[in-house]
Design a protein around this ligand. Structure first.
Ligand code: AHR
Length: 497
């Protein structure tokens, strides 16, 4: 193994509580996400609970209590919530936003809420700004949150079978408002945002309102939105939502060694995005009342490796798992800034955790990363400093380099420390010394996700090609000498002495 990586875990330098919400999901009416992914219908032969795929629900429980965003994405800015309430047979059929497929509206507010309740997760609704109105938005809030008997809209929900309010706190006001959500200027969008959000009652629920943030790290959007927001007497705003897709390099399963590194390099850009967006927001929001969220992120490969029935579906491999791990480590390290993040998208789409088709179902390597990182949920992130020799690679003719080792660390309580490390080198292991500052390990268990093939992936026929392996170690003390496998994600569960 190549020598030379060190990882300092500075236990006396807490960064902040890692909100479980940064491990959240995104589900849009697009391709096979809702229909065939989540919703199979109550009459389906596929095992279901009231129409919702049971295997999916069972696996969601392994990921902890987080948030699920719905109904889009770009779909949200054309969605009229009234189309998706009431008796299923009376709901209108519309053209879906994506590729003009028929949207049957069998899955609407009630069904999404059932999905969230079955999973034990919180809903995050995205409201229609592009083709909707403040009234339509505010009526949706009232329909969902109004106590039974309080208003006609609340009673309509009761008549549709839900006496208890849905108590939805998270509301996104528009999606990608610089693009499919209406191609607004930041100033015009900010005015719309104010019209939508000023004086919206929560009906006993403290609303968490989010505005559509930049496309990737577009600082101009952010500065202009916030300048207007300050001018406009600061409409209620809890978070600002950036979207960052690291796209593709090569193909989902066919890529060169250089493209392996290029993809990880692109994933690591999330670090720059968070730092720079946060700094720009702080130029206006000096009291730091508004948090950053990233409510869409992931790899987006060209079409062609997924089920052709499902628009944008791609096969996720080991490389996508490392992208997920690197990104989640970045979010952990910025626990003081990032309130929520939603990987795009949960099932049968880009960067998915699950793939399904009829009664077939499989977990992608991404799922395993999300499950491996679960001990970070709610723990306090402590500073981690990784130093390792760079790996040189090329993007076209340009020379580039990337670190070998990156990661994050968190303390759940006085005894339990979790360290997650990504090792980027495609072929060589690396000797690594993990140095605990201000503590000693009594015992260490490790869980490794790795494979000798960089494009290893799980299929319906072979579902366990990429799965994590857990083992006990004899590591103890303040200096832990480990060897990280090439192209790997490793979690260390440390019991402190
Ligand atoms: O996740 C797919 C699409 O990507 C979403 O609808 C949109 O918000 C983004 O451009």
């Amino acid at each position: 193994a190549a020598a030379g990586a060190t990882v300092d875990v500075l236990l006396d330098e807490p960064i902040g509580r890692i909100r479980p919400e940064i491990y959240s999901h995104f589900t849009e009416h697009i391709g096979g996400v809702i229909y065939d992914g989540i919703w199979v219908g109550p009459d389906s032969k596929v095992e279901n609970v009231g129409g919702i795929r049971k295997k999916l629900v069972d696996h969601m429980h392994r990921l902890g209590k987080v948030v699920i965003r719905w109904p889009g994405g770009c779909f949200a800015d054309s969605y009229h919530w009234r189309d998706g309430i009431g008796p299923a047979e009376k709901r209108p059929r519309r053209f879906g936003r994506w590729k003009e497929v028929t949207e049957p509206n069998s899955f609407g507010t009630r069904e999404f809420m059932q999905f969230c309740r079955l999973c034990g997760d919180e809903p995050y609704f995205a409201a229609n700004v592009g083709a909707g109105s403040p009234t339509e938005f505010q009526n949706w809030v009232e329909y969902c949150n109004g106590p039974a008997g309080s208003t006609s809209l609340a009673d309509e929900r009761v008549a549709n079978g839900d006496p208890e309010p849905f108590k939805i706190a998270y509301w996104g006001v528009g999606n990608e408002s610089w693009g499919c959500g209406g191609k607004f200027t930041p100033e015009d969008y900010c005015e719309e945002y104010r019209r939508f959000t000023e004086w919206v009652p929560g009906y006993g629920v403290k609303l968490y309102l989010t505005a559509a943030g930049p496309n990737s790290n577009d600082l101009d959007w952010t500065r202009r939105f916030f300048a207007k927001w300050v001018d406009g007497a600061r409409a209620p705003l809890q978070a600002f939502a950036a979207h960052y897709y690291c796209g593709t390099t090569g193909h989902a399963l066919k890529f060169s060694g250089d493209q392996w590194y290029e993809m990880l390099h692109k994933a690591n850009y999330m670090e720059t995005l968070i730092r720079e967006q946060w700094a720009a927001m702080g130029e206006f929001d000096r009291e730091r009342k508004v948090k950053l969220i990233v409510d869409e992120w992931g790899c987006w490969h060209p079409e062609g490796t997924g089920n052709p029935k499902h628009l944008f579906e791609q096969m996720g491999c080991l490389r996508d798992a490392l992208v997920a791990a690197l990104t989640l480590d970045v979010f952990n390290r910025h626990a003081d800034k990032v309130d929520m993040a939603n990987v795009a998208q949960l099932i049968n789409n880009i960067h998915s955790l699950f793939l399904a088709d009829g009664d077939k179902f499989v977990c992608t390597p991404n799922f395993h990363v999300f499950e491996m990182y679960r001990p970070h949920h709610g723990a306090t992130c402590v500073r981690l400093v990784a130093q390792s020799p760079d790996v040189a690679f090329k993007i076209g003719a340009r020379d580039e380099k990337i670190f070998r080792v990156a990661g994050s660390a968190s303390k759940a309580d006085a005894k339990r420390l979790t360290i997650t490390l990504v090792h980027s080198h495609a072929t060589e292991p690396v000797e690594t010394e993990i140095r605990l500052k201000g503590a000693e390990a009594a015992s260490v268990r490790k869980t490794v996700l790795a494979h000798s093939e960089l494009n290893a992936h799980n299929t319906f026929e072979k579902p366990d090609v990429v799965t994590p392996k857990t083992s006990e170690t004899d590591l103890k003390g303040a200096s832990l000498r480990v060897v990280l496998d090439p192209a790997s994600v490793t979690r260390f569960d440390v019991v402190l002495a």
